[in-house]
Design a protein around this ligand. Structure first.
Ligand code: ASP
Ligand code: MG
Length: 407
């Protein structure tokens, strides 16, 4: 088998952990597999590098940030190769430049465009274990780029797709994908399987198990993906197109506190108003999530929407700067809100999910500010202080129910 294994920062945080992972890799190689390994930077290295940069220049050029951040992953791969060499096995480390991981030019958030697998295949044929830097790319100017925080998952899945790997294993510090964040919801449990679509929703909802784009890629190229622990041999969670068990009504409850609400009051109730607002924001590369528009009354209407907390300041600035053109009376905002969402492939074909959800929040005494739905997801905007309580109540309500379905 050709296996791509990705290890996150905590799995390679120190010498001891690196040696442990080296042994895991070697064991798989000894079973006769071709093994390609993708690594993140050690522990908090990326955060520390960002801090270092800010001490010197808070507005550091993005290109130079990527030059700096890419060094974290380069340390990891070299150290891992040394550890495997010490165990007496053939190994080579490669960076994005050497693997020709070609990306777009957007520093800090580049997308992989192509990978030329020649060098990697060559090294595998020479019986080497190949250790590759995650998170990095090179653009067409041959400058170093990075793929966004958590981007090593995407490097791994892209490599697995391109190499037609039999399996892509994402090793992390939890033993799989959970029905909710176990730190918030104590009785959250590990899922054996989850669909790409559900995982995609969960990933974009801020459940930080997998980088969003990695799931997109896995779905597109039908990559055989498993999330599992680097500390234990536990089975992990398989991410795939269709799950075997009957579709779960709700598979996950996610909380995203990195949300802020903006409301524009007293807008003209005429065609083009929404377009003006959201095209303005999109020009600033601010993505808007839940949108709520009131019914028009006396020729005015209100529009509320949510943005990531980091975009709040810029959003307010551009909106206020364009107040006359957009024609709103007042703008208000609230950074202390959170999004609580449920995700489940079974929702598409089951009535009554929304009413169960609202019953749970009602029982918990949580007020809902906004609601948005898709085929397999419902999101609620609530006060941040209520978010955890809502998540626990919702999880309780659905998980007892879901268990019944699967009996
Ligand atoms: N080291 C990078 C980060 O912290 C990439 C990754 O870990 O996936 O975001
Ligand atoms: Mg990660």
């Amino acid at each position: 088998m050709l296996i791509v294994k990705k290890f996150g920062g905590s799995s390679v945080a120190n010498a001891e952990r690196i040696k442990h992972v080296a042994q895991t890799i070697v064991n798989s190689y000894k079973e006769g597999n071709q093994v390609v390994v993708v690594l993140s930077a050690q522990g908090d290295t990326t955060d520390e590098l960002i801090e270092k940069a800010h001490e010197i220049n808070p507005h550091a050029p993005k290109r130079e940030m990527d030059m700096l951040l890419a060094t974290g992953e380069q340390q990891s791969v070299a150290l891992m190769a040394m550890a495997i060499n010490a165990l007496g096995y053939p190994v080579i480390s490669l960076n994005a430049f050497q693997c020709k991981i070609i990306s777009t030019s957007t520093y800090g958030n580049a997308r992989i465009k192509d990978i030329s697998t020649e060098r990697i295949v060559n090294e595998l044929e020479k019986k080497n274990i190949v250790i590759i830097t995650g998170f990095q790319g090179v653009n067409r100017h041959l400058d170093v780029t990075t793929l966004g925080r958590g981007g090593s998952d995407t490097s791994a899945v892209a490599l697995a797709a391109k190499l037609h790997a039999d399996l892509c294993e994402i090793y992390t510090d939890v033993d799989g994908v959970y029905t909710a964040d176990p730190r918030i919801v104590k009785n959250a449990r590990k899922l054996d399987e989850i669909t790409y679509d559900e995982m995609l929703e969960l990933a974009s909802l801020g459940a930080k198990v997998l980088h969003n784009r990695s799931v997109e890629l896995a779905k597109k190229y039908n990559v055989n993906l498993v999330v599992r622990s680097s500390m234990t041999d536990a089975e992990g969670t398989v991410v795939k197109e269709e799950t075997k068990v009957e579709k779960m009504l709700v598979n996950g409850v996610a909380v995203d506190k990195d949300v802020a609400r903006i409301s524009l009051v007293g807008l003209k109730d005429e065609p083009g108003t929404a377009f003006k607002i959201f095209s303005l924001l999109s020009k600033e590369k601010i993505s808007v999530d839940i949108i709520l528009q009131s019914i028009g009354r006396s020729n005015t209407k209100d529009i509320s929407f949510t943005v990531a907390q980091g975009d709040l300041e810029t959003a307010i600035e551009v909106l206020n700067a364009n107040q006359a053109r957009l024609g709103f009376e007042s703008l208000s905002y609230n950074p202390d809100v959170a999004k609580v969402s449920i995700v489940g492939a079974g929702m598409a074909t089951n009535a009554g999910v929304a009413s169960m959800l609202f019953e749970a929040t009602y029982d918990a005494g949580v007020n809902i500010n906004m609601i948005s739905t898709s085929e397999i997801k419902i999101s609620l905007l609530v006060e941040e202080k209520d978010a955890d309580r809502a998540a626990i109540a919702i999880h309780d309500k659905f998980m007892t129910h879901t268990m019944d379905i699967n009996k």
